[in-house]
Design a protein. Sequence first.
Lengths: 566, 566
Amino acid sequence: MRLSNSYFFTKREDSKEEETVSGNLLVRSGMIKKAGSGIYYFLPLGLKVIRNIEQIVREEMNNIGSEELVMPSLLPEDVYVNSGRRDVFGNDMFSLKDRNERSYVLGPTHEEMFLEVAKEVIKSYKDMPISLYQIANKYRDEPRPRFGLIRVREFIMKDAYTFDKDLEGLDKSYQLMFDAYKKIFDRIGVNYRIVRASTGAMGGLLSEEFQAVTEIGEDTLVLCDKCKYSSNIEISEVKLNKKAEEEELKTKELIHTPNVGTIDDLVSNYHFDTDKMVKTLIVNVKGKLYACMIKSNRELNILKLSKLLDCTENDIELATEEEVEKATHAKVGFAGPIGLDIPIIIDQEVTLMKNFLTGANKTDYHYVNVNLEDFKYSLEGDIRNIAEDDICPVCGAKLEFKRGIEVGNTFKLGDKYSKSLGLSYSDADNNLVPVQMGSYGIGIARVLAAVVEQNHDESGMILPLSIAPYKVAIVLISNNDQDQVKVANEIYQQFKDEFIEVLLDDRDERPGVKFKDMDLIGIPIRITVGKKVADGKVELKYRDGSRAEDINIADIKDIIRGIKGL
Amino acid sequence: MRLSNSYFFTKREDSKEEETVSGNLLVRSGMIKKAGSGIYYFLPLGLKVIRNIEQIVREEMNNIGSEELVMPSLLPEDVYVNSGRRDVFGNDMFSLKDRNERSYVLGPTHEEMFLEVAKEVIKSYKDMPISLYQIANKYRDEPRPRFGLIRVREFIMKDAYTFDKDLEGLDKSYQLMFDAYKKIFDRIGVNYRIVRASTGAMGGLLSEEFQAVTEIGEDTLVLCDKCKYSSNIEISEVKLNKKAEEEELKTKELIHTPNVGTIDDLVSNYHFDTDKMVKTLIVNVKGKLYACMIKSNRELNILKLSKLLDCTENDIELATEEEVEKATHAKVGFAGPIGLDIPIIIDQEVTLMKNFLTGANKTDYHYVNVNLEDFKYSLEGDIRNIAEDDICPVCGAKLEFKRGIEVGNTFKLGDKYSKSLGLSYSDADNNLVPVQMGSYGIGIARVLAAVVEQNHDESGMILPLSIAPYKVAIVLISNNDQDQVKVANEIYQQFKDEFIEVLLDDRDERPGVKFKDMDLIGIPIRITVGKKVADGKVELKYRDGSRAEDINIADIKDIIRGIKGL
């Protein structure tokens, strides 16, 4: 591409709307443009990167015999009502009515539809395995769209589905897909970890996530270097590595604690020790209130709580201010177990504590030196997030926590959908048996965001060769120097002849502007054609800083060989 | 692709839901599947064809320097409110609210968004021309989705937009795009005509349509073989080729005509001559009623009427039964000009008639021998569709009428959108000047439907090589004959090595089933590997019937050369 007659722009100023490095750099480099909350255009430069990612995905899918199709986005709502997932998705699903008042939704994920497609060909056990995928838009009405391309409402997703006659087949199909995913993310150049996760709204037997490691990740990855345990924090089990505290039980005492509303206030105003405080959180589970007691510096884990209460995560909400005040007869911030007449669920860790502080169910009052003997609780269990001072639940070693962006996931669905939606086959004995399904996703644009989060410096993006929109940028220093123009064009043509995507910056701009732009948009290899052409030389610079030197023009062929060898 | 382990199915039975040949064949061949009214899946085989069409479009777009991007489908409604097009699209636009009650629509066409994108780079006259395109889903809430892929509610469209500094530039950009469109449809192998059309909801200076000629087309094309005049019937001007009738004026007479409601009844019950009858149609234009008089065997042209009344097509509706009865004091079917107290608009052709029949504004009565002297009219003009007995409005020769499916369109928008939405540039004298825009569309999936309508026989589709999902089908007669298996695999590999898409039907099915399936899905070239391999021969058959013979296996290379030479 010759920049002089192309659609191209960059912005020097940071975007005021983007809170992440990737969002900002992608907007500044003219790759994407915001169209609304969580909705983006892909401009020519950005679309090229997206297409490169899609191509890698497509190749690896085709390599394992998965076949591509495309589902509509606009779908009759009945599809999800019949599968029971209309309620599961709730407000996350965009819904609309057509001119005849019939209800439709914008597809958030397509299990139901793929199952219908599979029905067309699956009659007997001989008709499997089948593997199908699509690369298409998905829609979710995120409560808080944010982080550029990371949490959006219209997004490009590759979703794949496998259909097998038994669990053994499913294991095989799952493994094929799993290995393909590793290849995909390796080829793209993402730094990722694979963690176990909750099967969540998808249901099923197993869920694993491909998490791109970055500080802005919304997921917390719990990793053990020793035994390679890796898990999303949401399902990571807490194994206590301490015994009950050995302290003499004191008698509880009501103390006046005005002007505090939070744990932090208690610490800063009264110098209480967070290790000796227990917070009592009131939750509403399908209309019934429960009190959950966890140590003050821990986080309640709704998923674990839902399992303990045998309900779904969606069934659990934090109680409203009104509900809390009604239950505790006090303002929010003073809930405690003593005198509370709703069921109390206590985190296992709290059972080891002695002489701790709790709210007193009385505005501006707390109890100190509370002990288990002072109240009754209904349930005890692991209801908090694992923390960095916990040990590996498998081997007991020290854990490492990282933040991650989920860029891919793989689900062993089993027969959950095939049973409820009637996808069965005749086995060798002519019995009707439900099909075993797997479901697999990759967030195409989210991968781009993750790569940029992981690969940038103060000058801009540093894109991997595999997905860069152009592998090489030729910067022509002077449009008026005929030798330079000639050499630049010749080099440009050399790359073109080898089908290597190359950009020739022949704009009527100062060299500094050109260098800045090429750095910003992250082109991996820059070849500067300037005065040194007189000596048969051009300047070669790798965007990642690994190489910067003058080379003979004749050696361009080595660069080409290097790129093609990848 | 080896059919034995692929997603593949065909249906022997005609689809009950599809009223067109193309819809039926595409469903029967497992290329598409209906997901809802006007909503379809593209299954693997069908998606391959779609991708081939897209690829041809993409190549020709890139050849003329148009750059690809992608717009979101989910768009803030404001975008269309601000451009004034929210009302123009009306119920044709899908609209929805997000969880925060903000209004969104599903984009039916993207002029506004492309204009925003162009704003990023257009500052001065030096920044043009610019040409951009996308291939993406569009959404329209069609009142009557029908005809398989022809009139759907979610559809794949290539839309392109050009931006120029003046009309001369627009002419050039338009011509480039126009020529590219011809190449595209030629390469795909569509039989098409280019006709002038109404600028309609798009507005602008010029509209031309690429119409695929087929009997089920919803558009009527008016063509003159002599002067090459070609026009959509909606804008084709009527030039009268007759003089006023030379008849003595008779006196009008009220006649009793019970039990008739239509022109046809009058003809069959009373043997009136349609050439001597005038129908009076009552229309409602923004709340005001008008009577339109046209010859009984003509069709009212709402577009022409709207121009005469200086309003939009959407402003004009046929009056309701109630309105007609109120205006005529008679049941529907007896409207006429005499004694009517709403404005009368008369078609130019009627002014040449003498002694004609009209309704009498009295139930069960008509007047015969009515003449212009018998009533007053407000306006006279061309308000009917041109008919096959009319002459070419340009050269006066005989016309030919054809039916067409609009597969592409090109609009010279001029400065309509750039003015209303503020896309201007600084000219050489630093004056702000509005940009000249062009807008260009191709209905990707509709092209497929049109090709199938044009290319099929009783056995199924006959796809052109350019878009066929597989160029060659190798039918292996016996899986148990090792020689046959070996030869079939060798030939298969020969095509694979040349990157020619090839299908090997190695299913455990009878030859008849395989032949039927390959014919149904329209693969252009069939190579049957059967007993003749013993003599070094296979059977070659072209789906279009142009060739059927035994060839030496060694001559497969000629077939390959032939395909690659295209």
